[in-house]
Every structure is written in structure tokens, then in C-alpha cells.
Design a protein around this ligand. Sequence first.
Ligand code: ADP
Ligand code: 5GP
Length: 202
Amino acid sequence: MDHEPPTVTRGPLIVLSGPSGVGKSTVVDRVIASAGLNLRRAVTATTREPRPGERPEVDYHYWTRDRFEAALATGEMLEHAVVHGRDYYGTPRSEVDPYRERGTGVVLVIDVQGAASVRQLYAGDHVSVFLDPPTFEELEARLRGRGEKDESIRRRLDTARRELERRGEFDRHVLNGVLDVAAKDLEAIIREQFVSRDSDKG
Ligand code: ADP
Ligand code: 5GP
């Protein structure tokens, strides 16, 4: 007698946006480390230089413009955007669907343009979350604390003003004031996604 292979519930897709320096990576890494969920942050690709301490293939895939443009031409990218008016950033398809099919939840830490693309591609099949800074001054302080140069801070704050204007496009909002509170709030949103999928399965 043939046996049906066991069905695996597809892992949820979580899109997290917010201004550069608000703490997206910090909050997501904390949730992944402490929540005990089957969850992974997609490693996206960029043409920008690594910051001190960043690790290739862990924080980003650091690609040349040629490599990035080749990936766009062959349809390797799920979405991409030019961020801060200069560098390409994008999500390789291989970072998302193969993991979800095995039941792993995937978090995409991407900008508001990328979030808008995912909203169309995965309508009804994702949750989008915007991470808010307590104040603009605190955002600038966090960028400085990360050791960004003045020019890079200026560019990121310009982008941040435009990103904050689009926060209303997101399903959910989390304030990153106290890190532990923000991590718990994001964890609760992600947990809901796992629960609703399990109950959909019946
Ligand atoms: P993003 O991924 O949004 O660009 P990061 O996760 O790199 O931001 O965080 C930017 C800086 O802010 C880092 O130095 C990080 O340690 C710090 N940071 C993150 N969350 C908080 C918080 N809740 N309170 C204070 N500093 C924070
Ligand atoms: P940073 O240079 O500070 O690491 O990131 C700049 C911005 O690019 C952040 O808002 C970050 O979320 C976004 N970003 C990172 N990876 C991607 C991606 O694959 N696609 C898009 N659209 N944005 C990304």
C-alpha cells in the first residue's frame, strides 16, 4: 500500500522593516536565539562594503555589482532595491521558499521598497512588521554607536525620514525602546503566525 509522505506545514514568512540603525538585526537575532522557534533570518545580498565585525554569508552575501546584476538577469532574486540611493540589496530566492517548505519560518529584514514587493508576491501569505525608533535622536545615536561614518549616517537618516512616512503600509508595529520588550513583542507576532498555520492544517 502506498503511504502519503507526511505533510509539513509551510513555515511562515515575516517581513521586518524600519530605518537603518533602529535595531532590526539585534531584535531578530534575540528572538531567534531565545524563542525556541524553528526560525531563520534570510541572508540577503548587498553591493555595499562589510562593516567592521560583519561576517560574509552570515550577515550578508557581499557581492560585486557584476555578480548582483548577473543574479538579476537570471531571475535568482525574489526582490531587490537600491537603498540609500546607491547600493543594491536583494533577497535570493534560495533563502526563502526552500526553508519555508521544510517548515522553517523565514524573517526577511529588508527596506520598505522590498517590503512592498513581497506584499504583492506573497499577498495573504506573510506578516509585515515595522520597527519604530523611540525618537529620531535615538536613531542617530544608535547609528553613531554602530561606528558609522558621518556621510553614511547622513544618508541613512535621509532614507529613514522617507521610510517612517511609509510605516502605515505595514500590518504590525513594534517600538524598539527597551530591547527585551521589543524582542518579546516581535516574538508574540511571529508565534501567532506559527499557531495560525498549525490550526489551518486542522
Ligand atoms: P538595523 O539592523 O536596524 O540596521 P542594528 O541591529 O544594527 O540595526 O542596531 C543598530 C545599533 O543599535 C546597534 O549598535 C545595536 O546594538 C543598537 N540597538 C539595537 N536595539 C537597541 C535598543 N533597544 N536599545 C539601545 N540600543 C539598541
Ligand atoms: P544596512 O546597510 O544598514 O545593513 O541596510 C540598509 C537597508 O537595506 C536596511 O533597511 C535593510 O533592511 C535593507 N536591506 C537589507 N537586505 C535587503 C534586501 O535583501 N532587500 C531589500 N529590499 N532591502 C534590504
